[in-house]
Design a protein around this ligand. Sequence first.
Ligand code: FES
Ligand code: FES
Length: 219
Amino acid sequence: MTTSDPAAATPSASAAPPHPTAGAIVLHVNGEKHALTVDHRTTLLDALRERLDLTGTKKGCDHGQCGACTLLVDGRRSLSCLQLAVAAEGREITTIEGVAEQGRLHPVQEAFLEFDGFQCGYCTPGQICSAIAVIEEHAAGWPSAATADVRPEAGPPPLTPEEIRERMSGNLCRCGAYVSIVQAVGYAAEASRAPGAGATRVHGTDANREPSGAEEAVA
Ligand code: FES
Ligand code: FES
């Protein structure tokens, strides 16, 4: 466990909170637990960037409209600028810093590199986190607004460029790298379906995974 506030790691029963609007929380981020004291009004985005130095998650609009702050909460995409840090306690949070495993880029990261799915790169962490979830949502049979036949028996629709554009429409790119982004997401989705393909799962999507040493130390 890492502790940005030493006092928060060993709270005493009689210790008064430092401020009426602040509280001690433990955030589970990228397989590690972090104890910190935050103002109750702190967003998850600000807690990650300003308290945990996890600056890969970007702040664009800070109003839930651009997707730059997208990360994964319990394996599902979420806008961290609209979520309070205190509400994220106990959830498994995966940021762009946590999607690679054992020194290997995530297949979606590799696809973005392969297809030049970025220019300045500011929107890219959010695009990649969103794409990881899109591929899993599609594989699970979730329809989108672009899906013609939404009956469950119809099965997952083909992941056409139109489907990808619709499913990724919450992530804006001011550089206009959309053509390459759609290609990268389509390629990564196809690769994930290939026989023997590695799972695209990330922290929080596998309920049976073994706890890390850091988690056991906190428990
Ligand atoms: S910064 Fe969160 S949606 Fe724009
Ligand atoms: S690559 Fe520059 S905003 Fe998307």
